[in-house]
Design a protein around this ligand. Structure first.
Ligand code: ARG
Ligand code: ZN
Length: 882
């Protein structure tokens, strides 16, 4: 009957929040599945908020309305209106039952939001993605997270084509239907918002495990995938079990359904989705096997599996009142996943990885035109707010709160949070309130962190008074203006610190007003714009180790001498702080790099690292990280007239100096040594060796490329697993070594049937630095395996090129921008979410040097003038341009 037009996009504001006038007690969904057409019947039991009188308005987008009845009576055309994505119905009363029947077209759905087809028409399967607002593409419903309903879902389909039928909740029955069809029913006892609804239907295989929760519930864990990859799901199954145990142990959280289903798909916009009882994963974060997955990918699978599982409590049992509160579930769940990963692997290595990620993704976001608070005040397209700020900075905020309360206090706070908000849609205030109340602490000052965009600069200054034996640290903070927020307020900044004497010994700390020294590490909190902290009984000017463990997501400014940083790099007992000192020293070295002689900083950095490399006391993985200077994106983030090719070249020089200090012989000897131990197992020591082996090979290649390429070619051929194979391929391809072509051809052939491995083949080539990258990308776009329709593939080539290869993408002739602009238009017509995400590669263009800035602006202006762009892409381009 009616096909509604796309709604007009006006911004949604946090301040405009109103309780829902209508909610839904229960929904019965009946889904008659077909690839081209699926019919969805729904029966809603409606509840009205007595305090409000408003007509019933349900969201619905692109739905073909087949039937509509209120309290058993078919409605005629003047009793309802369906336009602009909203169905308005007259005459609804408290307790009314509304029945609708609609038709949707899964195979035509290229946006991968709502109900869609993964894979081919012949062999693929049907699945849903509803977060944030995809449920309205399946049926009419108040599509907002604060409407929680009891779901009963019945699926019907042809048994041959769809032998497996899954939905969230507990299975309550299956049966036969005429004409070779069958049905299956699922009832979810936990009321949930519709964004957590999911269904899956098709030919899938499974592996299972029986699990008993700490509180005694028997749970069947089932992982589903297409037949050809089911053997690669075992690692994920183990990871589910580890996650369940960990959440019981660490937070006292038990799983709460009889089944936990997990499904892998190759066609997915995001990493994964925590639908209640039916998690759906991008195959990239579920499949793992030694032949096609790197060590990093194994860890990513473990982390994402845990993340989605942890959402069962932080997200599902306690959900968000509105999408402004997104970080309530995402920041908190990222934090829980980081804790879990650190426990499963290594605390310092995980912290290094997370801080590096924050600096590479969130800091640039916070410093440019897309900057927004962890809790944004306004949005047009919510899907554009699944950002590094909401996720990664959000996690840092939870980490600060957890640090403030201590381990036991945080657990107490979390228990109160669950107790108060179970089954509810909550806010950030509810979260801080519970954490604070459980510990009799007022955490409200931390709300400023959620409301304010931009990375605070923490400035530190120190003075030493030899007569009074006093050391005074003056801390001050400043946050630069961000779009829409010219004025900033001070936020509480916890600064974990220690003092070292000039021999590298950590000093006991006694602060002004304290009786006696207490420990060697302290957290001081900067509450105001500036504050002084005085330390007593200090015999000589110490070296401060500030912001230990990265105790707050800020940029620290302190005038360290190279010798002081080298001292911390060499002596700090904590791996993370050591790495951080090394990073700061590398930045000093980078800033003082000159053509002829090594600066003091460069010398100090190289010598300290060469010594650590020699003495073999450090863990191999930590050593590999120490030997890696900040990346090109991080280096660019500190400059005002960014020239990415110059940054690339200078970073190469910096690494070359380091390699030279370490010496070609020592590097080669260590490479040989590490190669002799090459083995496949996933234990920490083997992973660490592979990590160091790769770094040593890369450094050696800067001194003796010919020799290194020969070693890399051998490593490629003899590699026992993907980590070593890809590391070798990376060196050959990035250096454009003569052996690269053969290795690439071999890889292409060997992994022709493995899309996830083939993605890496695209990525490694998209990352060739500098001038050649563009032509390589253009050639790869013509590869028969390339398609814009698959998000992983589009990202593996275009995302890798535009977002991770600055010297390749940012060309002075603007050809990189032009290519991306053209692809964005094509992609936008298929999948607006992916187009918008890729477009964020333009972030930061205002700080490019003038030549690139001019061509970048031209490309963006061409884009913004295109008619018919999606709200998703228009919002990003519009914001980036301002
Ligand atoms: N909640 C998912 C997660 O675990 C992400 C879903 C994002 N979906 C979207 N359409 N933006 O992080
Ligand atoms: Zn999440």
């Amino acid at each position: 009957m009616t096909l509604a037009l796309e709604p007009v996009v006006t911004p949604v504001r946090l301040g405009d929040y109103r309780r829902p006038a209508w909610s839904v007690d229960a929904i019965e969904l009946d889904v008659d599945l077909g690839i081209d057409a699926t019919e969805v019947s729904s029966r809603l039991v409606l509840r009205s908020d007595t305090g409000q009188s408003a007509p019933l308005r349900l969201n619905g987008e692109g739905l073909e309305l087949l039937a509509l009845a209120l309290d058993g009576q078919a409605l005629d055309a003047h009793a309802f209106r369906y336009e602009g994505g909203v169905l308005e119905v007259d005459g609804v009363r408290d307790g009314s039952v509304l029945e609708t029947r609609v038709r949707v077209q899964p195979a035509a759905n290229t946006a991968l939001e709502g109900l869609y087809l993964s894979g081919s028409r012949e062999h693929g399967f049907l699945l849903t993605q509803c977060e944030a607002e995809g449920f309205r593409r399946i049926t009419f419903f108040p599509d907002r997270p604060d409407v929680l309903a009891r779901f009963t879902v019945t699926l019907r389909a042809d048994r041959q084509r769809f032998p497996v039928l899954l939905a969230g909740g507990n299975p309550t029955g299956v049966g036969e239907l005429p004409d070779g069809r069958h049905w299956a029913r699922f009832v979810d006892p936990h009321p949930k918002p519709c964004y957590l609804f999911a269904l899956v239907a098709g030919r899938l295989e499974n592996i299972t495990r029986d699990y008993v929760t700490a509180d005694g519930r028997a749970v069947k864990i089932v992982i589903w995938s297409e037949a050809n990859v089911i053997d690669r799901c075992h690692y994920a199954l183990d990871a589910v079990e580890r996650s369940m145990r960990w959440d019981e142990h660490t937070y006292g959280r038990n799983y709460d359904l009889d089944v936990f289903h997990v499904v892998a798909t190759h066609d997915f916009n995001m990493g994964a989705m925590e639908n209640k009882g039916l998690n759906i994963f991008n195959a990239k974060y579920l499949l793992a096997d030694p032949d096609s997955s790197t060590d990093d990918e194994y860890r990513a699978v473990e982390a994402v599996v845990a993340h989605e599982y942890f959402h069962n409590w932080t997200g599902n049992r306690v959900t968000c009142r509105d999408w402004f509160q997104l970080s309530l579930k995402e920041g908190l769940t990222v934090f829980r996943e980081q804790q879990f990963s650190a426990d499963m692997n290594s605390v310092p290595l995980k912290r290094i990885e997370d801080v590096a990620l924050l600096r590479r993704t969130q800091f640039p976001e916070d410093a440019g035109p897309l900057a927004h608070p962890v809790r944004p005040a306004e949005y047009r397209e919510i899907n554009n707010f699944y950002t590094a700020t909401v996720y990664e900075k959000g996690s840092e905020l939870v980490r600060m709160l957890a640090g403030r309360l201590g381990q036991e206090g945080f657990r107490r706070g979390m228990e109160l949070y669950f107790q108060r908000n179970d089954g509810q849609a909550a806010t950030i205030e509810d979260f801080l309130g519970a954490l604070g109340d459980a510990n009799a602490i007022d955490l409200k000052p931390y709300l400023a962190w959620y409301a304010q965009a931009g990375t605070p600069r923490l400035h530190a200054k120190s003075e030493y008074d030899a007569v009074a034996r006093e050391y005074t640290l003056t801390l001050s903070q400043q946050t630069r203006p961000t779009p829409g927020q010219p004025e900033k307020v001070p936020v509480p900044i916890p600064v974990k610190l220690s003092l070292f004497d000039r021999d590298g010994r950590i000093l006991p700390l006694r602060m002004d007003g304290e009786e006696k020294a207490d420990g060697a590490e302290r957290v001081v909190v900067l509450h105001k714009a500036a504050q002084r902290f005085v330390f007593k009984d200090v015999d000589a000017p110490p070296v401060p180790s500030l912001l230990r463990d990265f105790s707050a997501p800020v940029v620290l400014e302190y005038d360290y001498t190279p010798a002081e940083l080298a001292l911390l790099l060499t002596h700090d007992p904590d791996g993370f702080n050591r790495w951080e000192a090394g990073q700061q020293l590398a930045l000093l070295a980078f800033d003082t790099l000159n053509d002829s002689v090594d600066s003091a900083a460069c010398k100090a950095w190289c010598e300290a690292l060469a010594a650590l490399f020699e003495d073999r006391q450090l863990d191999d993985a930590l050593l590999a990280d120490l030997l890696t200077p900040p990346g090109e994106i991080e280096l660019a983030d500190r400059q005002s007239e960014v020239d990415p090719s110059r940054i690339h070249a200078q970073r190469q020089v910096l690494q070359q100096r380091l390699a030279a200090h370490m010496g070609a012989d020592a590097l080669l000897a260590r490479y040989r040594d590490l190669s002799a131990h090459a083995s496949q197992p996933l234990d920490a020591a083997s992973q660490a060796r592979r990590r160091l082996r790769r770094r040593v090979l890369e450094l050696f290649a800067l001194l003796n490329p010919e020799r290194a390429h020969a070693l890399a070619a051998t490593q490629y051929e003899t590699a026992l697993g993907m980590t070593d194979r890809l590391a070798a391929l990376g060196v050959l391809v990035r250096d454009r070594a003569p052996q690269a072509a053969a290795a690439l051809a071999h890889f292409r052939d060997r992994y022709a049937d493995n899309p996830l491995a083939l993605d890496k083949w695209f990525t490694v080539q998209a990352q060739v630095p500098g001038e050649p990258a563009l032509a390589i990308v253009a050639t790869l776009e013509r590869d028969p395996a390339f398609t814009l329709k698959n998000p992983n593939r589009a990202r593996s080539l275009l995302g890798a090129f535009a977002s991770t290869n600055p010297s390749g993408f940012h060309r002075t002739d603007g050809a990189g921008y032009q290519l991306l602009g053209e692809r964005l238009v094509q992609l936008d017509a298929l999948n607006p979410q992916i187009a918008a995400r890729l477009a964020t590669a333009f972030n930061g263009w205002q700080r490019l040097e003038p030549m690139r800035r001019v061509v970048a602006r031209r490309a963006l202006e061409t884009l913004v003038q295109r008619q018919g762009l999606s709200p998703n892409l228009s919002e990003i381009i519009g914001n980036v341009l301002q």
